[in-house]
Write a protein that binds this ligand. Structure first.
Ligand SMILES: Nc1ncnc2c1ncn2[C@@H]1O[C@H](COP(=O)(O)OP(=O)(O)OP(=O)(O)O)[C@@H](O)[C@H]1O
Length: 574
């Protein structure tokens, strides 16, 4: 049902092509069905009477029928492949669009590797089924029913053989399909697990080496790989059983026809041409049933895949654009966090409880707090990567849930601790948020971000290639490039979430001085565990276990907040 509902709307635009496929397959089937009759005619009327002219005439007819049949088969397969690829293309696009709209919540619910498998492998399964179905679904019944009728026209008593063989094949098909669905589901899930482990082990390779856990990780992957193989083997065993029974039934049927026919051939009750034609039709009927079975063989896996695709497509992102968004024409960039509370799904306690914070244009607002106090969660709420359960985040007095998300992205730029660079060049990464920026703007941003010198020292400067994830530059350099990228985008509000953590103290200080000098009336929110990074901020909010412990300037907090004073003390002692 899921498969049908997934495909119905997507096949509708291809109705015309599907009708053309149907017509071509009808021609193909007629061609195929005509061949054994001509064959019988050649044997009984040409060869038996030694009439070479007749044989050549009928032979030419046979050639023409074969040519028409092959031509229409090629054309219908081509059209079927086009439709299947279009459906796959459309499905992948729909999946990608939906996943792009997912917030952190939905992505962590499905997990990244599973979303990748669903968009690639699962869509491929459905696409394959559409192709096979369009290629054989019409041909198989045409040939099956037509072959049966023509076989009976040749000889009624011999028709008992296909009358027994066909139900046997249908029953085994039904049996195998019912058995194949559970291992097919297990197989798709285990592809996810193997992908998940692979990703984890590649990303965490240095930790694995540092702790000498290679052997342990190898075993973990080997176990997942074996699980996948076991499920695949179970599916494969049923497929093999399926293939073997089909060949067995086909051969037994042929033997039965020859055995039954041979007797009557001797008695002159049956002409040799009729027996040959009957064998030809039997082969056609059984091959039609086998073609049909291929579709049903692929169906269980495609059905499971369709379910996994529909799960993603039916998941409404928790964060979405309002129907009538409020537009900020020239945003000033004031941020008001008002009584915000937030709890991660499944977690017992809220991570943030009635948090209040104001960040003003032209000022630097620091957020400090111990590990796990909720700083990143708060920043993610301001960037609308998450939505608050209670309270609201306002920009220039407008609730960000009432704003268009692309407008919000132009106003707010988040620089995370784990800076991500895309494969391309330094220049293409810097232009990510502002494709029209010229080289001068890039160099200016690099200068403010304290990255000019090292980019200058690179052999190709801005054209220096960067690997996916930014693996070709150091962690600190990656952070500086991510800061420069934000500067090139020129948002009104900068959110730096521990974005200076990999920098040495001197670079950190120089960067903050340059930001203060060049960002003018933009709003800066800086999250840091390092007091030195936020001590000069105009206003500092101290978070403690999800609550605002205190807020003020460094001097005010030293005396006014025990939590802040402890953080300062702990860092002075280092
Ligand atoms: N995706 C998530 N699902 C469930 N809980 C989460 C999730 N992300 C964070 N948390 C929990 O929320 C709490 C606050 O996390 P958060 O990352 O906001 O803290 P933080 O102050 O930024 O910490 P750090 O300084 O270590 O970066 C932590 O206890 C964490 O376990």
């Amino acid at each position: 049902m899921l498969l049908l509902s997934l495909l119905r709307g997507r096949l509708r635009p291809h109705r015309g092509t599907i009708v053309a496929i149907l017509g071509l397959q009808l021609v193909q089937a007629l061609g195929l069905l005509y061949l054994p009759t001509i064959n019988a005619d050649i044997v009984d009327n040409g060869i038996r009477h030694g009439d070479t002219g007749y044989i050549l005439g009928q032979g030419s007819l046979m050639l023409a029928a074969a040519a028409v049949q092959i031509g229409s088969a090629i054309w219908s397969v081509y059209l079927g492949a086009r439709v299947a690829m279009d459906v796959g293309h459309e499905l992948r696009g729909a999946m990608f669009k939906r996943v792009r709209g997912f917030s952190v919540r939905e992505v962590s619910h499905f997990t990244t590797p599973s979303l990748i498998t669903r968009t690639t492998n699962d869509v491929q399964q459905v696409q394959q089924l559409v192709f096979t179905t369009l290629t054989v679904l019409f041909t198989a019944p045409f040939i099956g029913v037509g072959g049966l009728v023509l076989a009976m026209r040749q000889d009624v008593p011999l028709s008992v053989v296909p009358a027994v063989a066909i139900p046997v094949l249908i029953i085994t098909t039904a049996l195998v399909i019912s058995r194949m669905t559970p291992p097919s589901r297990a197989m798709q899930d285990r592809i996810d697990t193997a992908g998940h482990l692979m990703r984890e082990q590649i990303t965490g390779v240095r930790v694995i080496r540092a702790f000498r856990r290679d052997h342990h990780e190898q075993e973990r992957f080997a176990a997942a790989n074996t699980d996948l193989m076991t499920a695949a083997l179970r599916v494969g065993r049923w497929q093999a059983f399926f293939g073997a029974t089909a060949v067995l039934v086909a051969n037994l049927a042929a033997v039965a026809v020859i055995a039954l026919g041979a007797d009557r051939l001797g008695g002159g009750d049956l002409r040799p041409g009729v027996l040959i034609a009957f064998l030809g039709y039997l082969e056609l009927i059984l091959s039609a049933v086998m073609f049909g079975r291929t579709v049903f063989m692929q169906a269980p896996r495609a059905r499971v895949s369709a379910g996994r695709i529909v799960q993603v497509l039916n998941t409404r992102p928790t964060i979405h654009d309002p129907a009538a968004p409020t537009r900020l024409v020239t945003p000033a960039g004031r941020v008001d966090v008002k009584d915000v509370s937030f709890r991660y799904p499944g977690a017992e306690n809220p991570v943030l409880r009635t948090v209040n914070l104001i960040a003003k244009p032209g000022q630097t607002t620091g957020i400090v707090g111990s590990t796990g106090s909720g700083k990143t969660t708060l920043i993610n709420l301001i960037a609308r990567l998450l939505d608050a359960d209670d309270g609201a985040v306002l920009i220039d007095g407008v609730d960000i849930r009432d704003m268009d998300r692309s407008a919000l992205t132009n106003t707010v730029c988040l620089v995370t601790q784990r800076a991500y660079l895309f494969s391309g060049t330094i220049g293409s990464n810097l232009r990510y948020g502002n494709p029209d920026a010229d080289d001068d703007e890039l160099w200016r941003a690099l200068e403010i971000a304290q990255a000019r010198d090292f980019v200058n020292a690179m052999p190709a400067g801005l054209n220096t290639p960067v690997g996916q994830g930014g693996g070709t530059v150091s962690g600190g350099q990656r952070q500086l490039l991510a800061i420069a990228r934000a500067l090139v985008a020129k948002p009104r509000i900068y959110l730096f979430d521990d974005a200076f953590s990999a920098l040495d103290n001197a670079t950190d200080a120089a960067l903050r001085a340059a930001l203060a000098e060049h960002l003018g009336d933009a709003t800066q929110v800086i999250v840091s565990q390092r007091v030195a990074t936020i001590r000069a901020a105009d206003h500092i909010t101290v978070l403690d276990r999800g609550r605002v412990d205190a807020a003020g300037t460094h001097e005010e907090l030293i005396t006014g907040s025990r939590v802040y004073a402890e953080i300062v003390k702990s860092q002075e002692m280092r």
